[in-house]
Design a protein around this ligand. Sequence first.
Ligand code: NDP
Length: 248
Amino acid sequence: VARPLAGKVALVTGASSGIGEATAIALAAAGAAVAIGARRRDRLDDLAAKLRDEGARVLALDLDVTEEQACIDAVRHTREELGGLDVLVNNAGVMLLGTIVGADTEDWRRMIHTNVLGLMYMTHAAVDGMLEQGSGDIVNISSVAGRTARKGAGVYNASKWAVNAFSESLRQEVTARGVRVSLVEPGAVATELSSHITQPEAREASRQMAENMRTLQADDIARAIRYVVTQPPHVAVNEILIRPTDQE
Ligand code: NDP
C-alpha cells in the first residue's frame, strides 16, 4: 500500500464526525500522524482508538476553534507530541441555514465565529511554523455555498465567501515561500451538518433536498483532500468544487 504521507503530520479540525473524521482516516491510511480536534471528546477518543488499531500515531485535542487560545494550544501540542505540522485541514464548521428575515442572530454569531474566525485563528497559529520549514499545506473546507448564494442561506453563504476570500489572499501571500493554500468546496454530503439547523422550515428543506438525490459521502471529500496534499511540491491544487451528480 502506498503511504505518500509517511513522516508527515496532519491536524484536522472538526474530526469528531462527517468529513473531518473521514479525512483523518484517509490521511492516517496514507501514512500521516494525525492530530484530531473537536469539542466532543468521546467521539475523538473512539476515532483515536480506531486509528491506533490500524497503526497510526494519533493525538486527540480538545478544541473549540472559536477560542483563539485553544487554537494556539492545539498547534503547539501537535508540534510537541507528533514532532511537526505539515498539513492543516480547516474543516470545523456549522451550517445554520435559514432566512435572514426573522433569523435568530445567535445562529449568525455561531457561523461567523466557527466557520470564519475559527479557521482564521487556526491558520494564524499554524502558518509561521510552515513558513519556517518552507513547506506546508493549509486546506480550507468551503462549500458550493462559497460560490453560489441562495435565498435561505445568506449568512452561511457569507461565511464561506469569507473563507474563499481569506484563502486566496493568503495563497498569494505565502505560496512563493512553499506553503500551499487550497479550497475544497463540497456540495451536499451525508453528515450531521444539517441536523443542527434551528429554523424548522430550513431544516425540513435541507432534509428533503438530501432525500431526493444521491448525496456525496464524507469519504468522497476525504479522497479529494488526500489528492490535494499528496501532490509533488511544485504542484498546488488551488481549488476543487465537488457536487453530487444529481445536484443542480
Ligand atoms: P458535521 O456536523 O458532521 O461535522 C462538523 C464538525 O465540526 C464536527 O466534528 C464538529 O465537532 C466540528 N465543530 C463544530 N463546531 C466546532 C467548534 N466550535 N470547534 C471545533 N470543532 C467544531 O458536518 P460536515 O462533516 O458536513 O462538515 C464539515 C465541513 O464541511 C464544514 O465546514 C461544512 O461547512 C463543510 N461542508 C459540508 C457540506 C455538507 O453537505 N455536509 C457541504 C459543503 C461544505 P464538535 O461538535 O465535536 O465540536
